[in-house]
Design a protein around this ligand. Structure first.
Ligand code: BTN
Length: 249
């Protein structure tokens, strides 16, 4: 087992990503080390956003990896790996698990998990990567500012053992990470596409230049979203340049 080879538990901390990066600065931790906690006082979401989670109810952790065979231009492969591992785990308990590009995990139209990957790139290689995951397990009430949250408990009507969930999820992540290192990356890419929320469905997108109708047809190697307009024109977007016009964010 690579992912989950060493576990570091903190009852409370600022952010598992920050603590993982601080530990990395002090010493090299074994690949696959996991920093996990019951509560974050400064949980980070995607840039400019917070990640809030009720104490002891959910999974909050970061995995440290050294993906030497992944070049910086291919770093989106890490998102693919983590997203697929999360889908594998959540899919054991409910149907309709999807990846909302680039990093959100949805069940039907609600968000159950978020991923924040922070890479340290030195001399054109990924020296280390901290993959932070927040997965809602037993929380059943969320602050009103969170647009469309859901948890395993809300979806299934039952309480989960978070310790067991962590173990199972780490095992799924480990399998996906081994697939990234030794397996078929093209296949992972197509699995990611096939798990995409609203893949190939025509819908209205919002961009700075205005709204347009199109459908997601691919994700580039570097993680850009490829959208085909109704007239056949293909456009590429980075995260933040485009959103679904009915997105709650
Ligand atoms: C997002 O959807 O905005 C990304 C959320 C990522 C949250 C997790 S919780 C564990 C790790 N530590 C953090 O501070 N953030 C990530």
């Amino acid at each position: 087992m690579i992912i989950g080879s060493s576990l570091y538990y903190f009852k409370t901390l600022t952010s598992t990503n920050n603590v993982a990066s601080d530990l990395l600065r002090k010493k090299e931790l074994p690949e696959g080390s996991v920093i996990y906690t019951d509560f974050q006082t400064a949980g980070k979401g995607q840039p400019g956003k917070k990640w809030e989670s009720e104490a002891g109810k959910n999974l909050l952790f970061s995995v440290i990896i050294y993906p030497l065979s992944v070049s910086p231009i291919e770093q989106f492969l890490l998102s693919i790996t983590i997203s697929l591992g999360l889908c594998d785990f959540i899919g054991k308990y409910c149907e309709g698990v999807k990846i909302k590009w680039p990093n959100d995990i949805y069940v039907k139209n609600d968000k159950i998990a978020g991923i924040l990957i922070e890479n340290s790139i030195i001399d054109d290689r990924i020296e280390s990567s901290v993959a932070g995951i927040g997965l809602n397990i037993n929380q059943s009430e969320f602050p009103s500012g969170i647009p469309n949250p859901v948890s395993l408990k809300l979806l299934t009507g039952r309480e989960f053992d978070t310790g067991k969930c962590l173990k199972e999820l780490l095992s799924e992540l480990d399998s996906r990470y081994k697939q990234l290192l030794y397996g078929d990356r093209k296949h992972m890419h197509s699995e990611y596409l096939n798990s995409l929320y609203r893949y190939h469905e025509y819908q209205v997108f919002r961009t700075e230049e205005g709204n347009f109708t199109g459908r997601i047809i691919d994700i580039s190697l570097s993680g850009l979203l490829r959208v085909e307009e109704k007239n056949g024109k293909i456009r590429e977007f980075t995260f933040r340049e485009i959103e679904f016009s009915d997105s709650p964010y």
